[in-house]
Design a protein around this ligand. Structure first.
Ligand SMILES: [Zn+2]
Length: 213
């Protein structure tokens, strides 16, 4: 059975379509827009899979990266340090990005590899230690597609591509400059080619002239 919230969301979407298409008197566009808006601020289900412990869970996160109290606790527990079992709050902006990824690749599960890390040896400046970083992959979606999507859309972030290990690292770093890297043969390679390509503005559209025009 679908959770109530998802059902409500589906209904809102269906209604918005129906009202616009089938209402005998056209509805004021504002009213339809309002319904769409209600949908976009509603919490979104984020399907997760813990690739270490082989556990599935779906959490709901809203457009600000917030969840209800119970879900917030569940997220802390799911994303706990694998070595020490310690938990800490996960940065709201990082959760907001996670929710965005879930929406962008709707219907797919986000397989997380590592989130909070506080064990000895984890660097003092590591965004994992701070609960700001999430390492993940999505089966059936190319890593480079997710990588470019995030890098193009967000600033004040760190995006790392780990092609051999098959995951994307994403972190939020307010007030720090953006950093992109490829992890290859045991080393981070900063400012990789893809980071420049992904943020390049698209070329202007040139309309071909009709012959004789
Ligand atoms: Zn990482």
């Amino acid at each position: 059975m679908l959770p109530l919230l998802i059902k409500a969301r589906l209904m809102t979407t269906a209604m918005a379509g129906w009202t616009a298409a089938a209402a005998p008197v056209p509805l004021p566009t504002g009213q339809v827009a309002l319904m769409h808006e209600a949908r976009s601020v509603a919490p979104v289900p984020v399907p997760l899979y813990d690739e270490n412990l082989h556990v599935f869970a779906t959490v709901e996160i809203d457009h600000l990266g917030n969840s209800d109290e119970e879900t917030t606790k569940e997220i802390r527990h799911l994303f706990r340090c694998r070595v020490t079992n310690r938990e800490r709050p996960i940065a709201r902006k990082s959760l907001l990005m996670l929710k965005d990824v879930a929406e962008q690749y709707e219907g797919r599960t986000i397989e997380f590899v590592s989130v909070y890390r506080v064990q000895r040896g984890e660097s003092i400046t590591s965004p994992h230690r701070d609960g700001r970083a999430i390492d993940f992959r999505i089966r059936g979606v190319q890593l480079r597609t997710i990588r470019d999507y995030l890098w193009r859309k967000y600033t004040e972030v760190g995006i790392g591509w780990y092609p051999s290990e098959q995951f994307i690292h994403m972190d939020t770093r307010p007030t720090l400059h953006d950093t992109a890297w490829t992890f290859l043969k045991g080393k981070n390679r900063y400012k990789p080619y893809w980071s420049e390509l992904a943020r390049k503005p698209p070329p202007p559209v040139v309309h071909a002239r009709r012959p004789g025009a």
